[in-house]
Design a protein around this ligand. Structure first.
Ligand SMILES: O=C(O)CCC(=O)C(=O)O
Length: 269
C-alpha cells in the first residue's frame, strides 16, 4: 500500500469516527521532543510571572489555599509567545482537524492549563456555549503534556451529546469546579473518562459535553495545551476570539455573534 493511500485511509477513518462520535483521540500525535518544548515554554512563562491579558498568577503564599490562583490557566498565549503560536498552527494537528471537518479550519484560541495537585476540575460544559460558532461547531484539540487520568484531573466526555443543541447551564459546585457553569445531562448519558499520555491529542466538537476531575494526586501536575478551531465556512463567532488565524498565520476577522443565544447570557470562556 502506498504512503498516499495509507494517509487517505487514515484521514477517512478520522473523519468517519469524528462525525459519528463527536470526538477522536489521536495517540502520539506530538513526539516527546515537542511535548518537552511545550513543557519548557510554559513552565518558563510561569516562572517569568504575569503577562497582561493572558495570565495573572499570585505568589503561592498569597494564594489563600487555592493553588489555581498561583497556577491559573493561560489565555490566548499564542498572542504573546511564538512557540504557543507555532503549536496552535502545528501541521499534524491541522491535518487531523481538516480530516475531521472536511474543510479548512481557522484557529480561534489557545490556552494552557497547569492543574497542579489539589486544583479543582471543570464542570461539564459545551464549548460552543462560549465560542458561539455559527453555522457549524467549533473543534477542540486538547494536547496532553503530562499523563492525564482520573486521579490527576484528566478529561471526561459524554458520548451522545455530540449532536445536541446548546444546553443551558446552572451554577456548578465551586468545591469541585473552578468554572461556574455546569450542564445537566439528558437521561441515560454519562461521562466517560479518556486517559491520555503525553503527546496524545483529543479532538472534540463544540456540543460534546465534557469536563475534568479535580487533581487528587499527591504530586502530579496535569498540564495540557488546549486549542479551539472553527470551520473556515463559519460566519459568526464570539468577539473574544477575533482575530482568528489561517494555517499560514494570516489574520481573519469574523462577524461577532454576541447575541445571547438560546440561554441568553453566555460569556466568553
Ligand atoms: O482541561 C481541563 O481541565 C478542561 C478543559 C476544558 O474543558 C475546555 O478547554 O473546554
Amino acid at each position: 500500500m502506498s504512503t498516499a493511500s495509507v494517509e487517505r485511509g487514515q484521514r477517512e477513518a478520522w473523519h468517519t469516527a469524528y462525525q459519528r462520535d463527536g470526538y477522536i483521540a489521536v495517540r502520539g500525535l506530538l513526539v516527546a521532543a515537542e511535548v518537552a518544548e511545550l513543557l519548557d515554554t510554559f513552565m518558563g512563562l510561569h516562572a517569568a510571572g504575569p503577562i497582561p491579558h493572558c495570565f495573572a498568577p499570585v505568589r503561592l503564599a498569597e494564594s489563600g489555599g487555592d493553588i489555581l490562583k498561583a497556577y491559573p490557566r493561560m489565555m490566548h498565549p499564542h498572542r504573546v509567545n511564538a512557540t504557543a503560536r507555532r503549536y496552535l498552527l502545528h501541521p499534524r494537528i491541522w491535518e487531523v482537524l481538516e480530516s475531521c471537518l472536511g474543510e479548512e479550519p481557522l484557529a480561534a484560541q489557545s490556552m494552557f492549563y497547569f492543574k497542579p495537585p489539589t486544583a479543582r476540575g471543570q464542570a461539564l460544559h459545551q464549548d460552543d456555549y462560549y465560542l458561539k460558532t455559527k453555522p457549524g461547531k467549533c473543534v477542540a484539540a486538547w494536547v496532553a503534556v503530562d499523563p492525564a487520568d482520573e486521579e490527576n484531573g484528566g478529561l471526561a466526555v459524554v458520548p451522545g451529546t455530540q449532536g445536541l443543541p446548546i444546553l443551558c447551564p446552572h451554577q456548578a459546585d465551586p468545591v469541585v469546579s473552578f468554572t461556574k457553569d455546569e450542564v445537566d445531562l439528558p437521561e441515560g448519558l454519562t461521562p466517560v473518562p479518556i486517559p491520555l499520555a503525553p503527546g496524545d491529542v483529543l479532538f472534540f466538537n463544540g456540543t460534546l459535553a465534557h469536563g475534568s476531575f479535580p487533581n487528587r494526586s499527591r504530586d502530579r501536575f496535569r498540564r495540557a495545551f488546549i486549542c479551539h478551531y472553527v470551520p473556515r465556512s463559519s460566519t459568526q463567532i464570539s468577539q473574544w476570539y477575533n482575530p482568528l488565524l489561517t494555517r499560514d498565520g494570516q489574520e481573519v476577522v469574523l462577524p461577532h455573534n454576541d447575541w445571547g443565544g438560546p440561554c441568553g447570557e453566555e460569556q466568553d470562556l
